[in-house]
Design a protein around this ligand. Structure first.
Ligand code: ACM
Ligand code: ZN
Length: 480
């Protein structure tokens, strides 16, 4: 089974072909905990509610796949090691219609992933219909073409999700115990928003929706009060569409060039007594975070947001890069929580030859950034796919699957994870699951490429990037 259940006790005998399947509620179990008891005449599924029972049914279906007509009598008692087991899809760099997203969601539910981190705003596109700021979808949802690295196209590219479609996705996820965690990345990665509302940037000058990959200089102005009023209004609208507990507010890759040159930002820094622009970013994130907290939501940020040293400890930090000056560690030492998603293990937009299935499986759940609190700081894991270079849902599926399943088991089993060899054997047996849900997964021979194939794939991947883009990214990364 995937993920492997915590406890299975086999007993004598087999379930009859016509054994009744019954379900019962047991309020003492935790939300995601479940039990299965298979006896000759009866199969009993137990959970405390909808999610536990869904997980029990899912495991029973997998058991039937493994054992066919000879389903052994057994008792299964299962629950996850981590409460946050997330998958991320970037729908800003490329837009994927809701039917394609639903396939990805249904497949993720099969492996008991329970958060869909929906990346819906970035430099290259804004993806949600907005009633209060309609220029976001009218202007921000379409770019003039693609100049992503070495790929060039003059075809306008884009799309956005209508409000009914957003509700449909949220409801669909809800059927399978998945919470949608939307991400509005800020103060950087906002070029598409600024194309629609340029007055929110420092200089207030017109910009186009981004057409290349990499890091962009444009940020929300952290000095103008109008910026915060805009974000609060926008959040009010989005919180109604996204009822979940967590809300991601980005915070990655925000080079400070614009803020250094901006009289409003500099005035704010002086008034607040900040020594550097990283502290201004902490201030910016804290204002948005406290707004979300006041509405009963928990903000999540990428790890760069802690570099000012002043981030509110209630903000959950998503680790994707290495720590800088032990700032992530300091945040967690204060009692902050983390979601682990280190690039080398969790980013599925890289070929299998760079981040193999085994690498995903071997994510270190106790990295040094966690410091003294160790596992207690960790909410869970996330596996991600970014789509600068992924233009079709077929590639999206092949890159994601089965790597997402490996991450699901890491989050579910935690320290009790049975190891990659055991995982990959079970995966081979359950591989027909992908076809069942219409998903094109990478075949076994792709999972852990040998050295030559890995080198070939890495070289091909590097061809995506132009030397010019690479140089620009290097320069801006220095300033984050
Ligand atoms: C990220 O990959 N920029 C979070
Ligand atoms: Zn400014």
């Amino acid at each position: 089974m995937l993920p492997r259940p915590e406890k299975i006790i086999f007993m004598d005998g087999f379930a009859a072909q016509d054994a009744r399947v019954e379900e019962q509620l047991c309020p003492e179990l935790e939300k995601e905990e479940y039990r299965i008891q298979i006896a000759p005449e009866r199969i009993m599924l137990t959970g405390s509610g909808k999610t536990g029972l869904f997980y029990a049914r899912t495991t029973l279906d997998q058991l039937r796949m493994v054992y066919g007509d000879m389903l052994p009598c057994m008792k299964v008692a299962d629950r996850p090691a981590y409460s946050y087991r997330s998958f991320h899809i970037d729908c800003a760099r490329h837009y994927f219609p809701t039917d394609e997203l639903k396939k990805m969601i249904r497949m993720s539910a099969e492996f008991k992933l329970n958060r869909f981190h929906w990346h819906i705003s970035d430099d290259q596109g804004w993806r949600i219909e907005s009633k209060c700021y309609p220029r976001l979808h009218e202007i921000g949802a379409v770019r003039g073409g693609d100049y992503f690295g070495n790929y060039h196209s003059d075809q306008p590219e884009g799309g956005y999700y209508r409000r009914e479609e957003v509700r449909e996705i949220v409801d669909y996820c809800g059927q399978f115990g998945i919470e949608v965690v939307p991400e509005i990345d800020m103060p950087g990665h906002v070029t598409a928003i600024l194309a629609a509302y340029p007055e929110l940037s420092c200089a207030g000058e017109p910009v186009e929706v981004g057409m290349r990959a990499g890091i962009f200089k444009e940020l929300f102005c952290a000095g103008k009060e109008e910026t915060f009023a805009f974000i609060h209004n926008l959040l009010d609208e989005l919180l109604e569409l996204f009822p979940g507990k967590y809300f991601h507010i980005g915070g990655d890759e925000a080079p400070k060039e614009r803020w250094r040159a901006c009289p409003y930002c500099q005035k704010r820094m002086k008034e607040e007594g900040f020594q550097n622009e990283q502290e201004l970013q902490g201030y910016f994130c804290n204002r948005i975070a406290s707004y979300l907290l006041s509405k009963g939501r928990i903000p999540i940020v990428w790890n760069e947001a802690v570099y000012g040293g002043n981030l509110d400890k209630e903000a959950v930090v998503q680790l994707w890069t290495e720590d800088k000056d032990d700032q992530i560690k300091a945040h967690l030492d204060k009692g902050g929580k983390a979601v682990l998603s280190v690039v080398e293990n969790c980013y599925c937009d890289y070929p299998y030859g760079m981040h193999s299935l085994k690498d995903v499986y071997q994510l270190n759940m106790n990295p040094r950034e966690l410091g003294g609190h160790g596992k207690d700081s960790v909410l869970g894991t996330e596996v991600l796919i970014w789509t600068e270079f992924i233009r079709s849902h077929i590639t999206l599926e092949e890159m994601s699957w089965p790597r997402f399943a490996a991450s699901a088991e890491v989050g579910w089993c935690g320290e009790k994870s049975p190891g990659y060899e055991d995982f990959s054997r079970r995966l081979e047996v359950l591989f027909p699951l992908f076809a069942k849900y219409g998903i094109r997964a990478a075949g076994m021979e792709e999972w852990v490429p040998d050295e030559d194939k890995a080198a070939e794939q890495a070289a091909a991947f590097q061809m995506n990037f132009s030397e010019e883009d690479r140089e620009e990214v290097r320069r801006l990364q220095e300033d984050i």
